[in-house]
Ligand binder design. Structure first.
Ligand code: MN
Length: 200
């Protein structure tokens, strides 16, 4: 089963994360990027493929700067419904911390082939070089995910191609909402005893 690893790592009577079930978009393939304050802050980059979300943890976050080659560690497939997951994963659970959706949208393969979009993407995934176009709110245009050779099996690089949507320098943290609950969570973790006094 595609989501065996995902289900085995989680206790669904404790976490509000969705249970692992396969599902597909009716029309266009979707992507989501979640900002996740776990033992370390990272971004989770997820592409819908074959009824699941193929997932990579990106420690420094995605970039629109073609000069940045972001390390992206491939992790277990996540269920399609994870695209909407935001909230707290309780202490003692896998990935404990705070999660929020940082960007989302649809995506398509860069190459126009005779294959369906999904088949083309799966073929590229298995070959270790995936080229695609993101239609997000923050991330737009051409990107590549390239598997690193001579290194750990699950290490990939996320790279922005040069196009009209490229932007340098780029910092995902600076493109995060002021109202971010993940940022609030991180600040509270840093100074748990600090409480803002209300002016009366
Ligand atoms: Mn994560």
């Amino acid at each position: 089963m595609a989501l065996k690893d995902y289900n085995e790592k989680r206790r669904f009577n404790e976490t509000t994360e969705p249970e692992g079930k396969t599902k597909k978009s009716k029309d266009k393939l979707i992507f989501v990027i979640q900002r996740h304050a776990a033992s370390r802050l990272h971004y989770d980059f997820r592409l819908e493929m074959d009824g699941v979300l193929k997932s990579w943890a990106v420690p420094k976050g995605p970039s629109l700067d073609p000069k940045d080659k972001r390390l992206a560690m491939m992790v277990e497939d996540h269920p399609y419904d994870y695209k909407d997951f935001e909230g707290n994963i309780p202490e003692g659970n896998y990935g404990a911390g705070q999660v929020e959706v940082w960007d989302s949208g649809t995506y398509e393969p860069l190459e126009e082939t005779k294959l369906t979009h999904e088949k083309e993407l799966l073929k590229e995934l298995h070959s270790g070089s995936l080229k695609f176009i993101l239609h997000g709110k923050k991330l737009k245009g051409e990107f590549a995910l390239v598997k690193m050779k001579n290194t750990e099996d699950n290490a990939w690089l996320l790279i922005k191609h040069k196009d009209d949507f490229a932007e340098s320098p780029y910092d995902a943290e600076e493109n995060t909402s002021q109202k971010s609950l993940v940022t609030k969570f991180l600040e509270e973790k840093k100074s748990p005893k600090t409480k803002v006094k209300k002016k009366s």
